[in-house]
Design a protein around this ligand. Structure first.
Ligand code: MD3
Ligand code: FE
Length: 216
C-alpha cells in the first residue's frame, strides 16, 4: 500500500487538473462558508439579484449581482464591465475581505500568486436556470485567471474547446468546489446545464456561483 494508492482510491480527489491552466479544488471553500455566506447576504442586500437582458432582448434565466470595483452587466446595448449598478446608479458593494482571501488563496494554489481580482460576478441559479456555451472575453487581460466558487445545489458544468463546436466535457460542481481557470484554458467555451431541483441545507433551492475576475 503506497501513498499513491490512497490517492487513487479517493472517491473525490481534492485537486484535479481540468486542463493545462485549470485546477479544480474540491471543497476548498468549505472552511470559509460561514463568513462567505454572511458576506454574500450583505452584498445582496445592497445590490439585489436581477435578471438582466441580453443584447438580443432575452431575459437571462440566471439572476445576477456583483461586488468589487467593477461589475459585469448586460442590456440591449451589449455586455460590459461597469463601476456602477445600473439598477441603483450606485457603485457596486466593495468586495468583502473573505471573498478576496478565498479567491487569492485558490489562485495561489494554482500558481497565480499575484491575482488581484477587481470584480466578482454573482450568479444565482434556480431549477431550470442555465448558461449556454460562451467565452468570457469582456476582461482586458486574458493572462489573468478566473476563479469560480460553487455554492448550494450541484450543477453540471460544460467545458468545451476554443471553438464553439468543439466537443464538451461534463464536470459536476458541488457546494464548496473552487476552480481556477487560466492559461491556455482561459478562452475555452463553457456553460452550465439546466439546474435540477433539490434542497440544500444552507442555500435551499438555489445554486450560487461566484466568479472572480481581473476585469480592468
Ligand atoms: C472556464 N459562470 O459567469 S463558472 C460566467 O457556474 C460563468 O455560473 C458559470 O460561466 C457558473 O461567466 C461557470 C466556471 C467558469 C467561469 C469562467 C471561465 C469557467 C471558465 C472562463 C474560462 C474558462
Ligand atoms: Fe463564463
Amino acid at each position: 500500500m503506497t501513498t499513491q494508492d490512497l490517492f487513487d482510491n479517493d472517491p473525490l480527489p481534492p485537486r484535479q487538473r481540468l486542463g493545462p491552466g485549470s485546477l479544480l479544488l474540491r471543497g476548498f471553500a468549505l472552511p470559509y462558508q460561514t463568513r462567505l455566506l454572511a458576506a454574500l447576504n450583505a452584498v445582496i442586500d445592497a445590490a439585489p439579484f436581477r435578471h438582466m437582458v441580453t443584447p438580443g432582448g432575452y431575459g437571462m434565466s440566471v439572476a445576477m449581482s456583483n461586488c468589487g470595483e467593477l461589475g459585469w452587466v448586460t442590456d440591449l446595448r451589449g455586455y460590459r464591465y461597469s463601476p456602477v449598478n445600473p439598477a441603483s446608479e450606485h457603485p457596486w458593494p466593495a468586495m468583502p475581505e473573505v471573498f478576496f482571501q478565498l479567491a487569492t488563496s485558490a489562485a495561489a494554489e494554482a500558481g497565480y500568486a499575484d491575482f488581484m481580482p477587481d470584480a466578482c460576478l454573482i450568479n444565482r441559479y434556480e431549477p431550470g436556470s442555465k448558461m449556454g456555451l460562451h467565452q468570457d472575453k469582456d476582461e482586458l487581460d486574458f493572462t489573468q485567471p478566473i476563479v469560480s466558487v460553487s455554492l448550494g445545489l450541484p450543477a453540471v458544468f460544460l467545458f468545451g474547446g476554443l471553438r464553439r463546436n468543439d466537443k464538451t466535457e461534463r464536470i459536476p460542481l458541488t457546494h464548496g468546489d473552487v476552480v481556477v481557470w487560466g492559461g491556455a484554458d482561459r478562452l475555452r467555451y463553457h456553460g452550465i446545464l439546466p439546474l435540477k431541483s433539490g434542497r440544500h441545507p444552507l442555500l435551499d433551492t438555489a445554486r450560487i456561483n461566484l466568479t472572480f475576475r481581473k476585469a480592468g
